[in-house]
Design a protein around this ligand. Structure first.
Ligand code: FES
Ligand SMILES: [Fe+2]
Length: 437
């Protein structure tokens, strides 16, 4: 349990807040690239409590500037996209992609007032189907050499979804290996051959056991955590009846991402990005070590569950997440359908907008969550003392930060390290792009 002020410190993200300042030292997903594939590429972005507008100018370059016009606050999302910038429709003030005001057509001829007007703007960069923003001071850090950033465009697919809750509880479900045995329990097993693009439907590592069966029958993983240069490596072991050990390696990437295996072919790297204190988007990059990703199928699967333009899930608290007590009795643990994203969404949204951590009871299975909160607290304290170099990945050569290894494996002889490294090595060795680490 923690005090209210500790909970506020870890969860709130506006400018000048404790966690908000830590998050601002890292690249943040601001939009999917596909959101700009329109005739008029201008989209509203709300990120860490700041209202912004993202646009692609006539040179094809991106700008991310404050949403409310510096003149008298009109909404620039309705701006005219012209002459390499965005022009406010109220009085025609024109801003370039860096936010500099370059023209004020209603001001007297020869006025140079515009030279002193600058809309707040942030650096953006496009990678792996996502537009990333850096909202912190100084130069942005380099992108780490993670698989999702190394793989060619053909082998990555990005999507996002809205969750109506604070980012921290959203992220914490991703570093909680025990919940999969309950929240995502299927009372029957699907044919793993139908598993493309879905999580927990493949066979477990190199066995004939469906992941659904393994999770169901072995609900008490032994979980251990190791601090790494990027965050936390989480090892979950399930000791099978025949003496073999199922190993699942997942990761927390500081400050708000996770990396997990989706199937033998793909991994998911997922950011839990604060929109504000009480809403967040998950942004997932699916990275394939085998065939190019079937992006059309992946997108179609996910668009069946989400509406555009805000990527809000069709199942949500307003319709009880599709809860069906008969299904809960016979098919799934939650009664909320087969899409595990909905299960996670229910779990984290049902805690309330910001989980009340003054009234919780963490157990041994929450070891990764405990470890993560310690790291975040240490980062907050370091920043307050001007020690931002102490934050994960801030002062290391990013090109040397690989992986993270996210894999399921079977240790037949109990040698856990050898088993997962071998399994991961096979996958990387046979990969069509350079995945060697
Ligand atoms: S409010 Fe934008 S130009 Fe006047
Ligand atoms: Fe989950």
């Amino acid at each position: 349990m923690m005090s209210q002020s500790q909970n506020d410190s870890l969860t709130r993200v506006g400018p000048g807040t404790d966690a908000g300042e830590v998050l601002r030292r890292y690249w943040q997903p601001a939009a999917l690239s596909e959101e700009l594939n329109t005739k008029r590429p201008v989209v509203p972005v709300r990120l860490m409590g700041e209202d912004l507008v993202l646009f692609r100018d006539s040179e094809g370059k991106l700008g991310l500037i404050q949403r409310h016009c510096p003149h008298r606050g009109a909404d620039m999302c309705f701006g005219r996209l012209e002459d390499n910038g965005l022009r406010c429709p109220f009085h025609g003030w024109h801003f370039n992609r860096d936010g500099q005001c370059v023209e004020q057509p209603a001001e007297p001829e020869g006025s140079r007032m515009h030279e002193n007007i600058k809309a707040r703007s942030y650096v953006v960069e496009e990678r792996a189907g996502i537009v990333w923003a850096y909202m912190g001071p100084g130069e942005p850090p380099e992108f780490p050499n993670f698989d999702c950033f190394r793989a060619p465009d053909s082998h990555v697919f990005a999507f996002k979804g809205l969750w109506e809750c604070n980012w921290l509880q959203a992220m914490e479900v991703g570093i909680d290996p025990a919940h999969a045995s309950f929240l995502h329990r299927f009372l029957q097993d699907e044919d793993p051959a139908d598993s493309y693009g879905k999580q927990f439907r493949d066979k477990a590592a190199n066995t004939e056991i469906p992941m659904t069966k393994l999770l169901r029958e072995y609900p008490r993983p032994a979980i251990s955590v190791d601090e790494t240069e990027f965050g936390i490596k989480i090892t979950a072991l399930r000791h099978l009846d025949d003496g073999r050990v199922h190993v699942r390696i997942t990761n927390q990437i500081f400050p708000e991402a996770i990396s997990i295996p989706m199937s033998r072919e793909m991994i998911i790297t997922q950011w839990h990005v604060p929109i504000d204190d009480e809403n967040c988007y998950w942004y997932s990059i699916f990275t394939s070590f085998k065939e190019p990703v079937n992006k059309e199928l992946m997108r179609e699967q996910r668009l069946k569950e989400h509406r555009l333009p805000d990527y809000a899930p069709l199942k949500n608290k307003r319709n009880n997440y599709g809860y069906n007590p008969d299904e809960q009795e016979r098919e799934t643990y939650t009664g909320m359908g087969l899409d595990i994203n909905v299960h996670d969404q229910w779990a984290v949204e049902s805690m309330g907008a910001i989980q009340d951590r003054t009234d919780e009871h963490l157990g041994k299975s929450d070891v990764a969550i405990i470890k993560y909160r310690r790291m975040l607290r240490a980062a907050i304290a370091a920043l307050k003392e001007g020690g931002e170099d102490a934050l994960p990945m801030q002062k290391v050569d990013a090109s040397t930060v690989f992986g993270p290894i996210s894999v399921d494996a079977i240790a037949a002889d109990g040698d856990v390290d050898a088993a997962y490294k071998t399994e991961d090595g096979i996958r990387r060795g046979g990969c069509s792009w350079d995945a060697i680490i």
